[in-house]
Design a protein around this ligand. Structure first.
Ligand SMILES: C[S@@+](CC[C@H](N)C(=O)[O-])C[C@H]1O[C@@H](n2cnc3c(N)ncnc32)[C@H](O)[C@@H]1O
Length: 284
């Protein structure tokens, strides 16, 4: 991320969620009307200008991924609340609107939005500008995962280390170095059962065939161009082993094939996923 500026990728992700609401068919994979509210009034014009670009295969895949990962995390959150988690932490929240949607399961529990200070400042301005109310049991915690102590910042924000907690960590792990990623896993693994983390990761090149590797190189060049290069990739089996070694009892690789089957079967609008980014769920 460019110093002093909010994450371009956070804005782009919210834009694609808003595009999904406006352009794609029913049923919506992710029902996120607040994405448009936060992005502002010239959104319809921007979408109209962008129509041709949005129909390109790479943007259809990017949109499919972004709506799927939020939907999966939110479905897992609902299940985790039924299992007894009482806190919800969104790591690298960007313009995630789940804490503000009425009727969202997150409304029931203490929620902590954690993000880089530059992105969080920008989000708070957008919330204020849009007149979105911030409920009493929602805290905003500014943290740079590369340099700040998540433990210290969450403690200062009223996080309770004795309560089982659900972590959503979407679109972030690959922007950090490996040690910072492992530190997040260790942090979650230190909390009581049935704490859980759901996150996405970039498939390691060693898992790909030549065509896939070439496709991956193009996406890598794109993210580097926007100043947010990918620093960390994993193979699913190695990642599951790492999570078990750190202390997670159950891990589940929600592959793009599983996600396709659950969320994208028989859609008339062409939304679909590819292999580049995969979901993992890990429960203590
Ligand atoms: C691609 S965006 C994803 C935002 C959101 N989770 C979503 O799905 O729309 C990446 C997020 O990671 C955050 N981020 C990137 N590097 C970070 C760091 N070193 N510390 C804290 N947050 C970071 C950015 O501020 C941004 O909100």
């Amino acid at each position: 991320m460019e110093s002093g500026k909010h994450s371009y990728m956070a804005e782009g992700s919210a834009y694609l969620r808003a595009v999904h609401m406006s352009v794609d068919g029913e049923p919506k994979v992710l029902d996120d009307p607040l994405a448009a509210t936060l992005l502002g009034s010239d959104l319809d014009d921007k979408i109209a200008t962008d129509r041709e670009r949005l129909a390109r295969p790479e943007l259809i895949k990017a949109r499919s991924l972004i709506i799927m990962r939020s939907r999966y995390a939110e479905d897992e959150l609902a299940a985790a609340i039924n299992r007894g988690v009482t806190q919800y932490v969104i790591l690298g929240a960007g313009l995630d609107t789940s804490p503000y949607r009425s009727a969202h399961p997150a409304q029931q529990i203490k929620t902590f939005e954690v993000d880089h200070p530059d992105t969080q400042r920008w989000k708070l301005e957008r919330l204020n500008h849009a007149g979105v109310q911030i409920r009493d049991n929602l805290q905003h915690i500014a943290v740079d995962f590369e340099t700040d102590s998540l433990t210290e910042r969450l403690t200062a924000g009223g996080f309770n280390y004795d309560e089982p907690t659900f972590f959503s960590w979407l679109g972030v792990s690959y922007y950090l170095n490996r040690e910072s990623v492992l530190n997040i896993f260790r942090f979650v693994a230190g909390l009581p059962a049935p704490s859980q983390i759901v996150f996405d990761f970039i498939m390691d090149n060693s898992e790909l065939n030549e065509t896939e590797r070439n496709a991956m190189m193009k996406i890598t060049a794109f993210v580097e161009k926007y100043g947010e290069p990918w620093l960390c990739q994993f193979g699913p089996t190695d990642l599951q082993q790492t999570l078990h070694d750190i202390g997670f009892g159950t891990t589940f690789h929600f592959s793009h094939e599983r996600a396709t089957h659950r969320y994208f079967a028989n859609r008339p609008d062409g939304l679909h996923l590819d292999f580049t980014t995969q979901m993992m769920s890990a429960i203590i």
